[in-house]
Design a binder for this molecule. Structure first.
Ligand code: SER
Length: 865
């Protein structure tokens, strides 16, 4: 039987024999495409080749792409675990033609591989083609020996592939495999059909003939060239080629399921009962790969999807009686299966396990609280529907993703008002939006158009002032304005670097720019119209160069810091986020423990040395491959064929970066790390300042030092000695004070005893004392008790604005007059309560003004015993 490893390799080898070049899988977290939650198809990394934006280096490539479909247009989350072939994470094997071969070869080769190399029985194979694609139909018929009655036409839903709402697309031809009537799964009268509604036929491979671009208005524009994008579901191929019924029976999953059984003590079963095992086995793959590629559970965007996947898996763990974190323990098994091909898993093992474990721990806490809340909610619900408000509360306060609430509700026989939930979500989004400063939204109706709608060209690497044109703008009543330029020196907020600010003006008007954001290929400048009225004449766009220099200094320093951290702490240090502003820089990175002071000092020293070295900052444009060969950091996530910008400083630092930098490290002047702290599990955060800011920082320190020196009337060098003397003196005084106080308290107590009265023949000494802390009060109580010989002592003191009561009773009397009871009754007179042992007890009260009343009542209380 072929192993999964062999199947992947045979696919690649087959296309290499057809002159394809092997390309690595893109990361599963898209780095440069905020519109995409996850890499959800092999074609993501080739999108700009399809669009004709860049030239491909090779015309034919082959790869195995890691994909996640758990949100957005392609979302398989709900199917996972219920059938044997839908996954959140899966591999897609693909062969690609960039303007080279087209339909004929794509069809012939797919058929050759499946029937000649892999020898799948031809009578079980079907091909579908788009209803408009007679050409593909004919090619199947003429160039393969498929049974012609097995070539079927179908509509857009299954035979027209689109990336998303917009983007490259085209008709496609799918290859399906007939698993036999046993797999149908539908009860009663039923007609099994390819692309029908049963499980008999499964799709193995999709051959997409890319030739259009889908526009926002749904119309299609032909691409410059025609391309081939194929995607074969790797796990399904393994199922069929290994002769199994389910992907979960292949060698990709069996060891994982075994591990889950071993950890939970619950045997895996292939039927409905095995859903939790299957969901966990699926989800651990999505989690491990997404985290290894830089994803992290959080409350928004893709981070939230990762959190949801983890929570679903943890929840399934509960069904298998697991209350403690255990998902992370499955990671090593996954690495055994896949680590040889996807080495990033192995490299990041420790980190991946730590993130998963931490998140499991957090979730277990919320889950317990949420489940209690859930039960309360359904107790109060008469109908069998959980309201949208309740579902939203579980989401918002207890971190229950909606799908989790649905699962739990189903288990208890409830359904969830999902519309109501969505409504609440929408309301929350509206609130968040109206709270944010300036809404950036492109809506052509509201723009005043002055010129041709072209991408904005960024000239800010070399220029700070440029003559340019406003393409379009949008002006509000309060003179706030957004506009787009054809060219600009303004850096738009990206890669952690804040935007430039400055002025855009001509003789007729002036705009102060405060923010710049990217929207696709254009830069949106946001600001205030200060004078005049915007017109279509040329404008001068100038950035605040002083501010830019400070930003550049912080950005270059961030690179030096990154490199120094790697050198001091080790290669596991990976950038997890950064913020570069004019005032300071922030850098988040993976590291397990807090940094020691000596490590921070070492990092600072390395960066300082590099600043003093006056290294030239060089920027070069190259392909990702060249950059990788050159040893640049942070390479992953670049799309194949991209041109990347590599910023390097001598041999010290080499990073991919689109930001603006100083031209020589000496311009940074100085660096100072202000803090090192934890940002989230496994991620540390450094905040630092450079240049003038360091000078200002030390100047403030110096002025503080001057203030202290003048208070102490000492020179700076003598300050420490002087302070030490003061501390010693203070200690001595405290000691003396303590003696004096206890003497005073002693004489107070003596006075109390000498003015003691007899009540019921018992000696009672009661009174207010000038004591201001409870320890001393207790000491005074002890002394009083000793000195009394036989009797009851009551002390009342004002401590921190409240009343403190203490009662002591000598051993001969404590049975009849328990101190705890006396103090309790006494406390009621000062609006308080308390109690304690029969020989000594304390109480507190609120009302200082009622102390005399309490004292007046001592006699009555004692008499009542
Ligand atoms: N783009 C197609 C898919 O994702 C084929 O690779 O199914």
């Amino acid at each position: 039987m072929l192993t999964s490893k062999e199947i992947r390799q045979q696919f690649i080898d087959f296309f290499v024999s057809k002159q394809h070049t092997v390309v690595e899988s893109d990361t599963v977290i898209p780095r440069n495409d905020p519109t995409l939650l996850f890499t959800n198809a092999g074609m993501n990394q080739f999108k700009n080749i399809f669009l004709g934006e860049i030239e491909p280096k090779e015309l034919r490539v082959v790869d195995s792409q890691k994909c996640i479909r758990a949100g957005g247009k392609h979302n398989d989350l709900d199917e996972v675990g219920r059938d044997g072939y839908h996954h959140t994470f899966f591999e897609m094997l693909g062969n690609w033609s960039f303007g080279d071969y087209y339909k004929k070869e794509a069809i012939m080769w797919a058929w050759e591989l499946i029937t000649d190399v892999w020898k799948l029985p031809k009578e079980k194979l079907y091909a579908t083609v788009h209803e408009s694609d007679q050409e593909a139909f004919d090619l199947w018929k003429e160039h393969t020996d498929i049974d012609p009655t097995h070539i079927l036409f179908d509509g857009d839903k299954d035979n027209f592939w689109e990336m998303g709402e917009t983007g490259p697309c085209g008709p496609c031809s799918e290859i399906h495999y007939d698993r036999g009537t046993d797999y149908c799964g539908v009860e009663g009268e039923h007609d099994c059909r390819v692309n029908g509604d049963c499980h008999r036929y499964i799709e193995l491979w999709n051959l997409v003939f890319m030739q259009y671009f889908r526009n926002k208005d749904r119309s299609l524009t032909p691409l410059k060239m025609k391309h081939v994008d194929t995607g074969a579901g790797f796990e399904r191929l393994c199922q069929v080629l290994q002769g199994h019924n389910s992907n979960y029976d292949t060698d990709l999953f069996v060891p994982i399921l075994k591990k889950i059984s071993e950890l939970t003590g619950v045997e895996y079963s292939r039927d409905e009962q095995g859903v939790p095992h299957r969901v966990i086995a699926d989800h651990i793959r999505a989690l491990s790969f997404s985290i290894a590629d830089g994803g992290i559970p959080s409350n928004e965007g893709r981070g939230y999807v990762i959190r949801r996947i983890l929570r679903r898996a943890a929840r399934m763990g509960r069904l298998l009686n697991m209350k403690k974190p255990f998902l992370y323990k499955i990671v090593p098994t996954l690495i055994e299966i896949m680590g040889h091909h996807f080495t990033e898993l192995k490299e990041q093992q420790e980190y991946v396990e730590m993130i998963i474990k931490g998140e499991e721990e957090r979730f277990n806490l919320t889950l317990d609280k949420g489940l209690v809340k859930f039960d309360e909610m359904i107790e109060k619900t008469e109908r069998t529907t959980l309201s949208g408000d309740n579902a939203f509360m579980l989401y918002d306060t207890y971190g229950f993703p909606l799908d989790l609430t649905i699962i739990i509700a189903e288990e208890k026989g409830y359904i969830v008002d999902t519309d109501g939930f969505e409504k609440k979500m929408q309301e929350q989004k509206e609130r968040a939006r109206s709270a944010s400063s300036f809404k950036v939204e492109l809506d052509n109706k509201e723009w005043t158009v002055l010129g041709e709608d072209v991408p904005t060209e960024f000239l800010g690497y070399e220029n700070t002032t440029v003559e340019v044109s406003i393409i379009k703008y949008r002006l509000n009543h309060d003179n706030s304005v957004m506009f787009i330029l054809d060219k600009t020196p303004f850096y738009a907020e990206s890669g952690g670097q804040v935007a430039d600010t400055g002025i855009v003006s001509n003789d007729d008007f002036e705009i102060e720019v405060s923010e710049v954001k990217k929207s696709g290929e254009q830069f949106i400048h946001i600001g205030k119209l200060k004078s005049g009225m915007i017109n279509d004449k040329k404008v001068t766009a100038s950035i605040d160069t002083f501010r830019r220099r400070r930003i550049a200094s912080n950005h270059t320093a961030t690179h030096l810091l990154h490199a120094a951290l790697k050198k001091v702490l080790g290669d596991h240090v990976q950038q997890k986020g950064s913020l570069v502003t004019a005032d300071y820089l922030r850098f988040d990175f993976t590291h397990f423990n807090g940094m020691k002071p000596a490590e921070i000092a070492e990092v600072e020293k390395l960066v300082r040395a590099e600043i003093t070295n006056a290294s030239l900052v060089e920027t070069k444009l190259m392909t990702p491959d060249e950059a990788k060969e050159d040893g640049a950091t942070a390479l992953f996530g670049e799309k194949y064929g991209d041109v990347v910008r590599v910023v390097s400083l001598s041999n010290f630092s080499k990073e991919l970066c689109g930001g603006t930098h100083v031209s020589n490290s000496a311009e940074i002047g100085m660096i100072k790390i202000l803090s090192e702290s934890s940002s989230s599990a496994g991620i540390r955060r450094i905040e630092a300042i450079t240049g003038e800011a360091v000078y200002n920082y030390y100047e403030k320190k110096e002025s503080l030092l001057n203030d202290v020196a003048s208070l102490l009337k000492a020179k700076h060098e003598k300050i420490a000695d002087k302070v030490q003397q003061l501390i010693d003196l203070n200690k001595e005084i405290e000691k003396e004070l303590k003696t004096i106080k206890s003497q005073a308290a002693g004489s107070e107590i003596d006075n109390l005893i000498s003015s003691a009265v007899e009540i019921n023949t018992v000696k009672v000494a009661a009174g207010k004392v000038a004591i201001d802390n409870s320890n001393e009060l207790r000491n005074a109580g002890d002394t009083l008790r000793q000195k009394l010989g036989s009797g009851i002592g009551i002390l009342i003191a004002e401590i921190k604005g409240k009343v403190s009561l203490l009662t002591v009773v000598t051993d001969d009397l404590k049975k009849q007059y328990p101190a705890g009871k006396i103090v309790g009754q006494l406390a009621e007179f000062v609006d308080g309560r308390g109690g304690g042992r029969p020989d000594m007890a304390m109480a507190g009260g609120k009302s200082i003004d009622k102390i005399p009343t309490a004292l007046e009542n001592v006699e009555n209380i004692i008499k009542s015993f």
